[in-house]
Design a binder for this molecule. Sequence first.
Ligand code: PXG
Length: 290
Amino acid sequence: MGLKIYINGEYFKKHQAKVSVFDHGFLYGDGVFEGIRSYDRLVFKLKEHIDRLYESAHGIMLSISLTKEEMAKAVVGALKLNNLDNAYIRLIVTRGAGDLGLDPRKCKNASIVIITDSIKLYPESLYKEGLSIITVPTPRNIPEALNPQIKSLNYLNNILAKIEAINSGCEEALMFTAQGYVAECTGDNIFIIKDNSLITPPAYLGILKGITRASVMGIAGKQGITVKEEVITRHNIYTADECFLTGTAAEIIPVIRVDKRIIGTGKPGKATLNLMKEFRKLTKTDGVKY
Ligand code: PXG
């Protein structure tokens, strides 16, 4: 049986799952989304993802016809129907179909789409050996213009950074704020370990408040590691003992090179490996069962 995709309360086969070309999500990137994962039939941090989706929607004055409970049920329903044990879930809410003008009032009904699919992990070797990343010139959107805490359908800022990384022969880009402080990667938050403290940039700088980021901070705190949300610079990255990225798609991935400079020992660090192990345990035990 092929995958079934949820659109506004109905299920469609993959090739029949379509939204209007007049949908403002398509025309203007006017909408919000979430990327969620399930592990062994447990949806990881479902409540946190749904809360963030509704907050993103509220941030752009987009009202969602489903309650949060109904949305959670719809996600679980799609996973059950598709009989996926380990899934990647893309939850999208757009402004809906309108006309060829920006005015969101022309869009009478928001579109809700739930795609559940199997997941493509980075090659296992990258988790063992670590990732090389590069700093890029395009700054992260300034929060006063478009707050990166809104997980909107407009990801061009991140895509431009990704293109810069790819053009320089690297898979991932490290973005800075317009003031020149470390922000985040294109779909991942960044952490460093320095003198046994775990440090990550604060959300007010203009980054997405990652759910994996929060989980990792929680795990580290329980391990007795000092956790700090601090403004960090390029220098702090170059001189870190360890570095890693977090995100729903990447989970925790060690970084061993930034701008061709070796970070720490050049191998995934002890603290990073330990956090990866504990995170994996958490994903196998903590979640909404289906
Ligand atoms: N920063 C940005 C800009 C993101 O888009 C994260 C950090 C990590 O947040 P979470 O809550 O996932 O720990 C994200 C998340 C995809 C994809 O398909 C992107 C994300 C998540 C899942 C899938 O590219 N972005």
